[in-house]
Design a protein around this ligand. Structure first.
Ligand code: HEM
Length: 399
């Protein structure tokens, strides 16, 4: 690996609890710099907005690590061939298979169903005087997006507690290798069994449509099919849950902004954009690798070097957003990188925006009083380089 003249800083586990101050410090030194992640991986971390946006659109940064090929029949090989891990032309072929189902217009048709699921969850949280305190993450922010994506794909929502555990391990930074292997294997086997059942009995859902594309038209391989199911399920719920939960936390910690939003629900659309910029459900983009030597933000990146684009670093860059560490639900947050940029720009962005808008406005309309049930300093964030999400969000709700 290159650039021995730059001493790489080793990030500790405290990075996950407060990535923002680390990014601010790194950005002030250099917008592209060497760090060693808490899990031990040395990377080039990009924390400047201009450099991050340029990197996300740079075809010299590949999603494949040059020279790396997983064991053909391994679990990694089974789940690795999804659009977020592929370059053109495979990337475009895979994305086109599902693109239409996720356009803003198509997703808007889900509004009544998302509203109904939200209302059901709000009813459950309101039920009974004996529930003064709830974990908003487990009771609301998690079940909403997972139910929606399960219904779209045709995955039984009853199995969601299993995926929650498997998927949390897969996106975590430092799972024990045997736990990673066990949970990744469980998830792959789960999808293989589900797809086998749908082959026998196709339904009106996305996985059945993908099976037809595989079996009747040969537009993707068996591993690409399992990988697609895995990506859509994980991307569909590991992220939106954190926009809803961390977004609500941000509002609770900024009561004047919360009051503004309560007073003017027309601000909701803009507020969701500002919450995306501010809370960064995906803290760092997935790894990219230099397919050739390149220079970026003054750094010389060697062939094969891993690059980590910090979306939360970019979204808090004072050169792009004034007072970046302040929440302002009325500001113009357009241009934020919370959904990435370039060919891998989030496929599910319209769905995530719709879900978060319905969830947050529904919660505020139902509960006139929402307050943290524990001191903010005691809240813990999950140990993941990719995802920035709370372990739990205990709140008190009252009409
Ligand atoms: C607040 C919620 C969400 C956030 C913040 C988010 C963020 C992102 C980001 C940053 C990327 C690009 C990663 C990279 O370039 O390394 C991405 C890609 C992707 N997201 Fe989302 N996402 C969200 C919700 C969803 C939902 C609901 C789905 C639905 C299935 C979804 C599906 C995808 C897919 C399939 C990709 C890969 C696109 C490609 O490679 O072309 N996401 N997302």
């Amino acid at each position: 690996m290159s650039a021995p003249h730059i001493a790489a800083e080793r990030l500790g586990a405290d990075y996950f609890q407060d990535p923002y101050s680390v990014h601010a410090r790194l950005r002030a030194q250099r917008p592209v710099t060497r760090v060693i992640m808490p899990g031990g991986t040395p990377v080039w971390m990009i924390t400047g907005y201009t450099e991050a946006r340029a990197a996300l659109a740079d075809p010299r940064l590949s999603k494949r690590w040059p020279g790396w090929h997983p064991e053909p029949d391994s679990i990694i090989a089974t789940m690795d061939l999804h659009m977020l891990n592929t370059d053109p032309p495979d990337h475009g072929r895979l994305r086109r298979l599902v693109n239409k189902a996720f356009t803003a217009r198509q997703v808007e048709r889900l509004r009544p169903r998302i509203t109904a699921i939200t209302a059901g969850l709000l009813d459950d949280m309101s039920a009974g005087p004996d529930r003064p305190e709830v974990d908003l993450l487990a009771s609301f922010a998690f079940p909403l997006p997972i139910t929606v994506i399960c219904e779209l794909l045709g995955v039984p929502p009853a199995d969601r507690d299993d995926f929650r555990v498997w998927s949390a391990t897969i996106v975590a930074d430092t799972p024990a290798p045997e736990v990673f292997q066990a949970h990744a294997t469980a998830m792959a086997r789960y999808f293989m069994a589900l797809l086998a059942a749908k082959r026998q009995q196709p339904r009106d859902d996305m996985l059945s449509a993908l099976l037809a594309a595989r079996d009747d038209e040969d537009r993707l391989s068996e591993n690409e099919l399992v990988s697609m199911a895995f990506l859509l399920l994980v991307a569909g719920h590991e992220t939106t849950v954190n926009l809803i939960a961390s977004g609500m936390l941000a509002l609770l910690l900024n009561p004047a902004e919360l009051a503004r939003l309560r007073a003017d629900p027309a601000l909701t659309g803009g507020a969701v954009e500002e919450l995306l910029r501010y809370v960064n459900p995906v803290s760092n983009a997935t790894f990219r690798f230099a397919a050739e030597p390149l220079e970026l933000g003054g750094a010389r990146i060697a062939l094969g070097d891993p690059v980590l684009v910090s979306l939360s670093g970019a979204n808090r860059d004072p050169a792009r957003f004034g007072h970046p560490d302040g929440l302002d639900v009325g500001r113009d947050s357009s241009g934020h990188l919370a959904f990435g940029h370039g060919i891998h720009y989030c496929l599910g962005a319209p769905l995530a925006r719709l879900e978060a808008g319905i969830a947050i406005s529904g919660l505020l309309a139902r509960f006139g009083s929402i307050s943290l049930a524990v001191p903010a300093a005691s809240l813990r964030w999950r140990p993941s380089t990719l995802i920035h999400g709370l372990e739990a969000l205990p709140v008190r709700l009252a009409p």
